[in-house]
Structure formats: structure tokens, C-alpha cells
Design a protein around this ligand. Structure first.
Ligand code: UTP
Length: 293
């Protein structure tokens, strides 16, 4: 059985949606509860069996590298937890020369992946439960690249890559086409690309052939289209909750929601919500859309 042990985490984006914060700090270091978003991403990877991770950084991202140095100091449970996490994998860094898009960032990962399939998780986004077990399982059965997709409300489709395809298994579809940020009325479906991928090495020649697309960036979606047209791309439908921390409202909502779920902070957040008149009987947060935007 093929073991998937390598993850690539692009974290070199400018973070313009989170200006002015990102003038001097990487968005991947934004705290959600008591840890930065990129730690959730690494934890998701380790839980799925990843033992080597390449983080793609760039200008202004030095704090991401420093965060993953072992720091055996003080008597702090969270700090000890991070050291234990760091001990479970090897982390490498490479700098994207300039932020020319997610597809361009991934091109820097080719030597690291050594001709083996690998997973890609975005440095500012995580999903609970993780999509990775489904992606890895899908790859083992279909032997092609697998990507996480999720149904999103129609009016939001122009924020995503959107797929077309035909069902090919329980919660899976054989993708036939992908469109980046379509006009919602012309979108091929309501299934959006979530930002978690398991890619085979054939992505690298496809990326090399990809010309700048939307916003002048090299789009991964455009490179994946070749695999889709060849019938070699499977979408795994996720029903997990996705936290896109690179967007201020989503970051705020994630902090409230996960603060409520964390046993350390649960009581205090509940008390605050009660004080604000949001009581036990209210439907929040169960009725939030699956994707926290
Ligand atoms: P985003 O589109 O969320 O990142 O890219 P961005 O460009 O920083 O966002 P805004 O629109 O300016 O706010 C998804 C992921 O790809 C990485 C980002 O760091 C993020 O994790 N990325 C994006 C790169 O590594 N390099 C790039 O050139 C672009």
C-alpha cells in the first residue's frame, strides 16, 4: 500500500484580504484560540500520517520559520504540545521568489516530492474533520489525484474554483472540468474546491505549461484541468467545516466557534454570549453554513 508521507503547505501569499494586519505579520500566524492557524494545518497533516512537510514562504514570512524551532522553555502546556508536534515530523522551507499564485508556489515543491504523490494544504485554512483521510483513501482506490470539494451557496461560488463531474463512488465524483471563480449563474455546479489536495507528480509538467490566468497568477485550477480532461482527477465531497482564516470575518467567527468548543475557554465564551443575549435556546452555532467564510 502506498504511504503518503509528504505534505506541501503554500504560505507565501500576500494576504491582501487581511490588510493592514499583514503589513508586518504573516496571515498564517494569526491566532485561532491559543495557536496560530498554521499549527492547525500541521496538526491536520501529522494526524493523517505525514512525516515530512515543505512550507513555501516568501517575503515577510520569517515568523513562520521561527515558530517551528523547538523551544523547551517555561512550564506551558501548549508550548510543550508544540514541541511534541515538531518532534513528529521534519519541516523544510523554500522561498517563492515572488507571489505569482498558488500554482507557481507549488512548482517549488517538485524536488521535495521526489516523484511521489503528496498532499497540499493551504497555510491559512483547515477543515474539521480533516479531508485528508478521504483524499488518501480515494487515491489508493483510483490511483489519480484527488481534491476536496464542498457544496457552497450559489452566491459565493465566484470566490472559488468550481468543478463539473459525474458520480464515481460514495461521496466521490470523476471531475470533467474546473472553472476558477466563475460567474455564479454560469458555474458548472455548486461544488467548490476547498484547498486540500492529493496530487500525483504529473501536476509538475502541467504547472510548467500553465500560463498566468485570473489576476495574472499561475492558478493550480488551470493545471488540474488537464488531469480532469484526461479523466484523471477525482473530487471527494467533504461535509466538514472549513475555516479560511485569511479572511477577517471568517477568522473572527472561527475564534468564537472554536473558543466555544475548547474546554479551556468554553465557559467564558458561553458566559459572554449569554451576557450579549445569545442564549442556550438559540440555534447558533449549529445553523452556520458548513464553510465559515
Ligand atoms: P490565497 O489566495 O488565499 O492567498 O492563496 P493570498 O494571495 O495571500 O490571499 P489574498 O487574496 O491576497 O488575501 C491560498 C494559499 O496559497 C498561498 C497563500 O499563502 C495561501 O496559503 N499562496 C498564494 C502562495 O504560497 N503563493 C502565492 O503566490 C499565492
Amino acid at each position: 500500500m502506498t504511504r503518503i508521507t509528504r505534505a506541501v503547505i503554500p504560505a507565501a501569499g500576500l494576504g491582501t484580504r487581511f490588510l493592514p494586519m499583514t503589513r508586518s505579520m504573516p496571515k498564517e500566524m494569526l491566532p485561532v484560540g491559543r495557536k496560530p492557524v498554521i499549527q492547525y494545518v500541521i496538526e491536520e497533516a501529522v494526524d493523517a500520517g505525514i512525516t515530512e512537510c515543505l512550507i513555501i514562504t516568501g517575503r515577510g514570512k520569517r515568523a513562520v520559520e521561527d515558530y517551528f524551532d523547538r523551544r523547551d522553555i517555561g512550564d506551558n502546556e501548549e508550548n510543550a504540545h508544540l514541541d511534541a508536534l515538531i518532534d513528529q515530523l521534519d519541516i523544510y522551507f523554500v522561498r517563492q521568489k515572488s507571489p505569482r499564485g498558488l500554482g507557481d508556489a507549488l512548482r517549488y515543491a517538485e524536488p521535495f516530492t521526489s516523484g511521489e504523490p503528496f498532499v497540499v494544504l493551504l497555510g491559512d485554512t483547515f477543515t474539521r474533520p480533516s479531508c485528508l483521510p478521504a483524499l488518501i483513501d480515494g487515491y489508493r482506490r483510483h490511483r489519480v489525484s484527488t481534491i476536496a470539494v464542498q457544496s457552497v451557496p450559489q452566491e459565493l461560488l465566484d470566490r472559488y474554483g468550481v468543478v463539473a463531474g459525474t458520480p464515481c463512488g460514495d461521496g466521490e465524483l470523476r471531475i470533467t472540468n474546473l472553472v476558477e471563480k466563475p460567474n455564479p449563474r454560469k458555474a458548472p455546479s455548486n461544488l467548490a474546491v476547498l484547498g486540500a489536495y492529493l496530487l500525483t507528480p504529473s501536476i509538475f509538467p502541467a504547472l510548467a505549461r500553465t500560463r498566468p490566468g485570473k489576476n495574472g497568477e499561475i492558478q493550480l485550477t488551470d493545471a488540474l484541468r488537464a488531469a480532469a480532461e484526461a479523466g484523471r482527477l477525482v473530487g471527494c465531497i467533504s461535509t466538514g467545516r472549513r475555516y479560511d482564516i485569511g479572511e477577517p470575518l471568517s477568522w473572527l467567527l472561527a475564534n468564537i466557534e472554536l473558543g466555544l468548543a475548547d474546554p479551556h475557554t468554553h465557559q467564558a465564551v458561553r458566559e459572554l454570549l449569554a451576557e450579549l443575549g445569545i442564549g442556550e435556546g438559540d440555534s447558533w452555532p449549529q445553523d452556520l453554513p458548513v464553510t465559515v467564510l
